[in-house]
Ligand binder design. Structure first.
Ligand SMILES: [Zn+2]
Length: 127
């Protein structure tokens, strides 16, 4: 695996799955993570908000409900220890590969999405 932090992705996906079912403010219910990904879209310009120095906030960050276009945030929801280790390995990946932080976070987010798509056999163009 190219990036050290990528080994946390399965754990992240499990933590994401535990946040479902959930409901959008318009009443649309997302039964599970697959349902959620298929019925929401990434806002075109988004601030990933993964870092605020100490805490990781959103991994999948924000998505828009396809029904009402409200923005829904999904928390990373790892336990404190895992979060700390993940943050450290993200920082290492960024400095070892001389990457821009925002670029890396987008790369990371896209890999999380890719793995979810693979897991649930969602068509690759679903973003
Ligand atoms: Zn909605």
């Amino acid at each position: 695996m190219k990036f050290k932090s990528f080994q946390f992705i399965d754990k992240i996906i499990n933590a994401l799955e535990e946040q479902f079912p959930r409901r959008c403010s318009c009443g649309k219910e997302f039964e599970n993570l697959k349902d959620f990904l298929e019925n929401t879209t990434l806002p075109s310009l988004q601030n990933l908000q993964i870092f605020d120095c100490e805490h990781m906030q959103e991994i999948l960050a924000l998505r828009n409900c396809n029904n009402c276009h409200s923005t829904i945030s999904v928390r990373c929801a790892l336990n404190q220890n895992d979060k700390k280790t993940l943050l450290n390995s993200i920082k290492e990946d960024i400095s070892n590969n001389l990457l821009n932080e925002d670029e890396f976070l987008i790369l990371f987010r896209d890999q999380v999405l890719k793995n979810i798509q693979k897991k649930y056999y969602i068509a690759n163009d679903a973003k």
